[in-house]
Design a protein around this ligand. Sequence first.
Ligand SMILES: Nc1ncnc2c1ncn2[C@@H]1O[C@H](COP(=O)(O)OP(=O)(O)OP(=O)(O)O)[C@@H](O)[C@H]1O
Length: 237
Amino acid sequence: MTRAFQVGEPVVDFNAVGLTYPGPPTVAALQPCDLRIGQGEFVTVVGPSGSGKSTLLNIVGLLDAPTHGTYLLDGIDTGAVSEANRAALRSERIGFVFQSFHLLTHRSALENVELAMLYQRLPRRERRVRAETVLRRVGLAHRLHSLPTQLSGGERQRVAIARALVADPSLLLCDEPTGNLDSRTASSVLDLLHGLHQDGMTIVVITHDAHVAAQGQRTVTIHDGLLTEQIPHQVIA
Ligand SMILES: Nc1ncnc2c1ncn2[C@@H]1O[C@H](COP(=O)(O)OP(=O)(O)OP(=O)(O)O)[C@@H](O)[C@H]1O
């Protein structure tokens, strides 16, 4: 794999990781591959429908376990931990952002973000302060008490990003984050992701859109379950 740019410690470290659905028919949804994503990288994953993007996302996000290989998340062998510990790892270390936002419709922006900290042993007041801080970070200080139905698509996605960030994850994992947005709103959400990356966040964006894919420092392409890596967009001398 080309590693010509500076990265931190690996957040994601795949060693011959693959997933085959037993079928019948047997489907090699992800062929065994090595993939390393370092702290502070912005990686995009692009591929056509049915190529294996969701399979990869589900493995990276600890929603599915691979059938082959070893996956280290922050150096922890995810195959060696119990299901309960995998769930804990997922909620502590991975922030998910989805195309369709997945917000609770009868809860305000602030409550949606606060609820993401429900299982952390934090005083209510602390949860509120953290939720406000992160909503301010995504540009929604003036929308704390709005319901999702009172927000634009771009604002809803900002709430979803705030919710994903509030537990201070190792990795922000975005599945078609601009798929439901018009091009101008999509640009502003991508600008936000760039800003978070500048602040040091590790980001993985999965997309079928070549324009979105070009936003990353690195693009990984997937075709018929086969992962290949292109030349990095920005090479640091
Ligand atoms: N539960 C399953 N059992 C068997 N095959 C599956 C299962 N889920 C997915 N597949 C197959 O694995 C391959 C990869 O599917 P995957 O959903 O990862 O693709 P994708 O790139 O995310 O597609 P899309 O962009 O359409 O969501 C496809 O051939 C799909 O039919």
